[in-house]
Design a protein around this ligand. Structure first.
Ligand SMILES: Cc1cc2nc3c(=O)[nH]c(=O)nc-3n(C[C@H](O)[C@H](O)[C@H](O)COP(=O)(O)OP(=O)(O)OC[C@H]3O[C@@H](n4cnc5c(N)ncnc54)[C@H](O)[C@@H]3O)c2cc1C
Length: 266
């Protein structure tokens, strides 16, 4: 079984600074890490490889420094990694990102077709949860989102069964492979890396692919290929400190009513 995992390099915080002049995230303000959901996606892919055999390939689109997150995936047990990196990708929104990743997957899977693609549920910086479904649509394969358990894989029938997280429970869904899965963190408990994998990761050099090598239409990439524009980006205003009202029940209720009336009168 060939499993491809899409992994994004993200800043190590959900509170990245915002540049008010350019309306963009200042990604340099925090160290880069593997998107936490994607680490669980890699671990799940490695577990399936351990049970069913095959290969786990990592794909990431990002700046040259993103080789480090690919090396981290090798440490977690992945076999190979590809970084899609080119100035032509800069400024890509989720539509363009999913196009570039889909083209990358087609390119690297030419001789070894994939049965599964794993993505995280969302990236902790962009937070849209659109890229996984976007890739599935472009590759015309089924998508299973918000998956918190893979219950069975029938390689002979090429069918996978999963639990999809809902607000008040879960649903059991079966899909024909190849398909794409986006994962919740509960899907597994991350395991420690083994020493051989750590040694391999230290020496590993990911494959690099640029725009020309993807057999893709460059007008679908970068700012040109991105119909979304960010009108404004801002940090929410800090709320003032709360106040504890002390006293007996009657006193605190009366004080509270007085405060609410004062607020409404303003
Ligand atoms: C107009 C515009 C311009 C932008 N310009 C830039 C820019 O110049 N530089 C920049 O870094 N961002 C830029 N962005 C943000 C960028 O579009 C998103 O970060 C990116 O499309 C992924 O979306 P997301 O973070 O919401 O991922 P989600 O959809 O939340 O991610 C879900 C999953 O998809 C996969 N995934 C997502 N992104 C990648 C990736 N890059 N590689 C591999 N797997 C991935 C991962 O498995 C992830 O868990 C821009 C956005 C807009 C709207």
């Amino acid at each position: 079984m060939h499993i491809v995992v899409c992994v994004k390099q993200v800043p190590d915080t959900t509170e990245v600074k915002i540049d008010p002049e350019t309306n963009t995230l200042d990604r340099s303000s925090a160290p880069a890490i593997i998107n936490p959901y994607d680490a669980h996606a890699v671990d799940e892919a490695v577990r399936l490889k351990e049970q069913h055999g095959g290969k786990v390939t990592i794909i990431s689109m990002g700046p040259p420094g993103a080789v480090e997150v690919i090396k981290k995936c090798i440490e977690l047990g992945a076999d190979e990694g590809y970084l899609l990196s080119d100035r032509k990708f800069a400024g890509s929104d989720t539509l363009a990102t999913s196009y570039i990743l889909a083209k990358g997957i087609e390119t690297i899977c030419q001789d070894n077709p994939f049965q599964l693609i794993f993505c995280g549920k969302q990236a902790i910086d962009g937070d849209t949860a659109q890229v996984g479904p976007g890739i599935a649509r472009r590759l015309l394969i089924p998508q299973l989102t918000y998956v918190n358990e893979v219950t069975a894989v029938d390689s002979a029938k090429e069918v996978i069964t999963v639990h999809r997280k809902l607000d008040d429970g879960y649903e059991v869904v079966e899909a024909k492979m190849p398909c794409l899965i986006t994962v919740e963190k509960e899907i597994n408990q991350l395991r420690y890396s083994s020493l051989p994998n750590m040694l391999r990761a230290a020496r590993y050099q990911p494959h690099m692919l640029n725009a020309d090598e993807l057999n893709a239409d460059v007008t679908n990439m970068g700012l040109k290929g991105s119909p979304t524009s960010v009108a404004k980006i801002f940090a929410p205003e800090q709320r003032g400190e709360g106040e504890i009202i002390a006293g007996s029940n009657d006193e605190t209720i009366n004080q509270l009513i007085q405060k609410l009336s004062d607020q409404m009168a303003k």
